[in-house]
Design a protein around this ligand. Structure first.
Ligand SMILES: C[S@@+](CC[C@H](N)C(=O)[O-])C[C@H]1O[C@@H](n2cnc3c(N)ncnc32)[C@H](O)[C@@H]1O
Length: 441
């Protein structure tokens, strides 16, 4: 690209100048720990040069439209493609958003309705939604740092809060760039945001003490302690590369192995939505599960310690040995029953689906309970019990719709079944014939 020819702005070409190695340097980079490859001062100089580029004095105009800035860029070690910082400081009523990604993906994201019809995301973020009374307050939670507490009664399925991202970091930035370059882009992505937004990010939890840490590392700690993995839009051609995404208000939700809330990202509105998994009373802490809840207590605790660095103090993790064992047994039974509904040929029955529902309810696994309700609806319909089928299909939708949306295959099946059970493909399929009722997720 034209950009690459400009020595002032092209980070990777300066890497080459800095070393004595020439073209082999790229190969060297793969072997050395990246922190030793570039001098901090040089990187800083490059960053400030890049800012000058952005102001149009040293470089070409940004190559991607719709962003208030689209620099700096760094070329990947394993790829010819560049990773750049894209900021739109007007996004979400001036709250702003920064992306660290390829120009192609940035262009795709900028074409989403959230960018092209800004009225869509008016009032999405708590600090901009002055007219909507908050459902929660932030407070200190013993042993967990800060957290969010419900201040009103909320119904199962209700939207609790929503947020647009502060930062979205393409996984290619971690994979293609040396750590120091990656951290530099991440820091610049923060620094390009409006000041109030930056301040909110810098106040987020770092889990450990970060006094005396350089800013790049503090920001890395903040993103790794608080970000969600977002699966790319289904029309994005690069499904393998997720987006590590920070939502500054939602980041205050602590983990619980049996949470009362769940998240879902809507690409069109670029909004992470938090819904109530069950009815919530005022005074309850609002929680999400950071990890798969359907594994044993030991496994959950190990994962949380390994991946997040904390000892889980949730109710399910701290209950006594006997109750802990009962919970593990239910989870194991759930996990052995579930495949019977999706494996072919299916040996499952409506009674087994009811058992799965009961176990999930007892265990408080609300996030996935739409699955056994869906199985039950299909099994009842397959034996011609339409009223039971419709009843369970309604339950599947009540729990599933807020979490997976109406385009999810299960929700589509349930909506058609409820409409006319006898015209659904599953109708009486288990009677007198040997067709099995199995649907794909
Ligand atoms: C995304 S932040 C949640 C908000 C955070 N407590 C704060 O003060 O901003 C994740 C961090 O919160 C703490 N945390 C979250 N859930 C926890 C739990 N169940 N037990 C202990 N610490 C928890 C850990 O320090 C974790 O790294």
């Amino acid at each position: 690209s034209g950009h690459g020819q400009n020595e002032v702005c092209a980070f990777n070409s300066l890497f080459v100048q800095h070393s004595s190695g020439g073209p082999e340097y790229a190969a060297e980079l793969q072997l050395q720990p990246s922190l030793e490859t570039a001098d901090e001062d040089i990187l800083r100089q490059l960053a400030s040069d890049a800012i000058s580029c952005r102001n149009g004095t040293l470089c070409d105009a940004p190559r991607v439209q719709n962003w208030t800035s689209s620099l700096p860029c760094i070329k990947g070690i394993f790829s010819d493609e560049e990773i750049c910082v894209f900021t739109d400081s007007n996004f979400a009523q001036g709250r702003g958003i920064s992306l660290v990604t390829t120009p192609a993906r940035a262009q795709f994201i900028a074409s989403q309705p959230a960018f092209t019809s800004s009225a869509l995301i008016k009032n999405v973020n708590p600090d901009r939604a002055h007219t909507i009374p908050a459902n929660y307050k932030m407070k200190e939670i013993p042993g967990k740092g800060m957290g969010l507490e419900a201040i009103r009664h909320m119904k199962q399925g209700q939207l609790i809060m929503a947020n647009t991202p502060s930062l979205m970091i393409d996984y290619r930035s971690f994979e293609w760039l040396p750590l120091q370059d990656h951290q530099l882009l991440q820091t610049m992505a923060v620094e390009y945001l409006p000041e109030a937004h930056q301040a909110a990010i810098m106040q987020l939890s770092t889990h450990d003490d970060v006094t005396d840490m350089p800013k790049d590392e503090i920001i890395s700690k903040i993103t790794s302690t608080n970000s969600f993995d977002i699966t790319p839009h289904r029309e994005d051609l690069e499904q393998d590369y997720k987006l590590f995404t920070l939502f500054p208000d939602i980041a205050r939700l602590n983990h619980d192995c049996r949470p009362n809330a769940a998240y879902r990202f809507d690409h069109a509105t670029m909004t992470q939505k938090i819904h109530a998994l069950r009815d919530i009373l005022p005074g309850e802490e609002l929680t999400l599960s950071y990890t798969n809840p359907s594994v044993s207590r030991r496994e959950r605790q190990d994962r949380l310690k390994r991946l997040w660095g904390f000892q889980c103090g949730c109710k399910s993790c701290t209950q006594n040995e006997r109750r802990g064992k009962e919970s593990d047994d239910r989870v194991a039974q759930i996990n052995s029953l579930k495949p019977k509904f999706t494996d072919y040929p299916s040996t499952a029955t409506a009674a087994m689906a009811e058992l799965l529902i009961n176990l999930s309810r007892q265990e408080g696994l609300w996030e996935t309970i739409y699955l056994p309700y869906t199985y039950a609806a299909l099994k009842y319909n397959s034996i011609g019990e339409s009223s039971m089928a419709v009843k369970h299909a309604h339950m599947a939708m009540q729990y599933g719709l807020p979490l997976v949306g109406n385009e999810h295959s299960y929700m589509i099946e349930m909506a058609t079944l409820v409409d006319k059970p006898s015209e659904h493909w599953s109708w009486r399929t288990s009677l007198g014939q040997s067709i099995n009722v199995v649907i794909e997720e």
